[in-house]
Design a binder for this molecule. Structure first.
Ligand SMILES: Cc1cc2nc3c(=O)[nH]c(=O)nc-3n(C[C@H](O)[C@H](O)[C@H](O)COP(=O)(O)OP(=O)(O)OC[C@H]3O[C@@H](n4cnc5c(N)ncnc54)[C@H](O)[C@@H]3O)c2cc1C
Length: 412
């Protein structure tokens, strides 16, 4: 870290809800800046494993400043190709993943979500940061001078600030801002994610098949003998907002994909039997403000961009860094929140916009969109190189110049 230049007079107590990406990253920076930090997580441990995520652009600078870059690089999955097939399994197109995502080969990192959350937790667990697993916030009472919190487990506490880093369906957001429906922008798609055996010996690659409004695929992380399977489909109305009837959803998905070609029957079977099925709507969170009184939101809770943007983890890391830095350089929390918002909102909105721009490529909803996508892949194949939407995305991923808060650091 560069040398110290500024100190914050306010080094209060902060409660963070959620220990995935935004929560531990924020805890790390707040602890460095001298805050007294508690993290409460609903699960009984940091969840390992999971689907691959990306750390790109400005977020690379954040992990570099955290001293994590070499460990993230060591965990890089190095996916080499995405193959698009038709109902008979014949290849329509093959592209480098970066051509679609805008990742910068040799700099940006793709790693299992659990690898990132474990690294963040390891970085913070032997510090004075207090982790409270298997618990969550039940009641928040902001009296203007602080927040009284009652936890589900029965304990109570008082904090200067509460931060919601508890994801797309954030409870903190519901407590401080009201029901999710007002902020959840449904992007017209639902997805199922599950694991299945690597039946085809795939390595460092993904294979997908689409019909109008439906896409099925598998993704091989490195040489793993397990694949990530996904079944995504378009639906005008979201089937639910937060608490799905998972068996009804399995049946619904099976019905949507009935009669489809390629390996779809195998995927549907695996989805029906899966014990790790993850079903959700493809949604973004849009809020007019990310703070209310002494409560503030970070990461997916405030501005989920959806997996169609591939930027959720990067926005969580950048948001955590800037929020902590602004708290370290303002004496009044509400002024810090306003400044946090002013600095990153344009970056957040530009990244959220990537999701809707590329939707037709990732999940064509109509026969015309599917034809256009297939033509793009065929052209890419004959020219030997594709730049499907990568260039625009690349610029957006790096469009924020990080402020330097090194001056506020009091802990190593
Ligand atoms: C299928 C899929 C694919 C994705 N692909 C990518 C990708 O390629 N690239 C990318 O960058 N991003 C991707 N994302 C998005 C990425 O996973 C998220 O944007 C990112 O994890 C956001 O981090 P977060 O810390 O804000 O929230 P989350 O990771 O959602 O974490 C929220 C945490 O809060 C906890 N929690 C929830 N409720 C409570 C509560 N009431 N009390 C206490 N704790 C609670 C949860 O257990 C969890 O630990 C993908 C997401 C999905 C679902």
């Amino acid at each position: 870290m560069p040398a110290t230049t500024a100190r914050n007079p306010f080094h209060g107590t902060v409660l963070i809800s959620g220990a995935s990406i935004a929560g531990p990253a924020l805890a790390y920076w707040l602890h460095r800046f001298g805050f007294d930090v508690t993290v409460v997580e609903r699960a009984d441990a940091v969840r390992s494993g999971g689907y691959p995520i990306d750390v790109r652009g400005t977020a690379i600078d954040v992990v570099e400043r955290m001293g994590l870059l070499s460990q993230l690089k060591a965990a890089h999955i190095d996916s080499r190709k995405l193959t698009f097939v038709d109902a008979a399994g014949a290849t329509i197109g093959v592209i480098r993943p970066e051509a679609l995502t805008g990742g910068v080969s040799g700099r940006d990192i793709e790693l299992p979500r659990g690898a990132l959350t474990s690294l963040l937790h390891e970085l913070t667990r032997d510090t004075a940061i207090h982790y409270r697993f298997n618990d969550s916030i039940d009641v928040l009472e902001d009296d203007g001078a602080g927040i009284n919190v009652r936890f589900k487990g029965g304990a109570q506490g008082r904090f200067d600030i509460v931060v919601g880093a508890d994801g797309l369906h954030s409870k903190t957001r519901a407590l401080a801002f009201g029901p999710e429906q007002q902020f959840n922008r449904y992007l017209g798609r639902c997805f199922n994610l599950f694991s299945l055996p690597n039946y085809a010996g795939l390595s460092h690659e993904g294979v997908t098949y689409a019909e109008p409004g439906r896409m099925a695929g598998v993704y091989a992380v490195g040489d793993s003998d397990t694949l990530h399977g996904f079944l995504t489909f378009a639906a005008d109305e979201p089937p639910f907002l937060s608490h799905p009837d998972i068996d009804a959803q399995r049946r619904r998905t099976a019905k949507v994909f009935a009669g489809d070609g390629w390996e779809v029957p195998r995927l549907v079977e695996a989805m029906l039997r899966s014990d790790d099925l993850y079903f959700d709507t493809v949604s973004q969170i849009h809020m007019p403000r990310w703070s209310a009184g002494r409560v503030v939101l970070v990461g997916d809770a405030a501005y989920a961009p959806s997996f169609l943007s591939g930027q959720g983890s990067s926005l969580a890391l950048v948001g955590a860094y800037v929020l902590a830095g602004e708290l370290a350089t303002h004496a009044v929390p509400t002024e810090a929140f306003a400044s946090y918002e002013r600095i990153i909102r344009p970056f957040i909105e530009a990244n959220q916009a990537l999701a809707t721009r590329g939707g037709g490529l990732l999940l064509p909803r109509t026969p015309e969109e599917l034809d256009a996508r297939n033509r793009a892949f065929t052209a890419a194949r004959s020219s030997g190189e594709a730049e499907l939407r990568g260039e625009t995305s690349r610029l957006v991923h790096s469009s924020l110049q990080l402020p330097d808060y090194a001056g506020g650091a009091v802990n190593p």
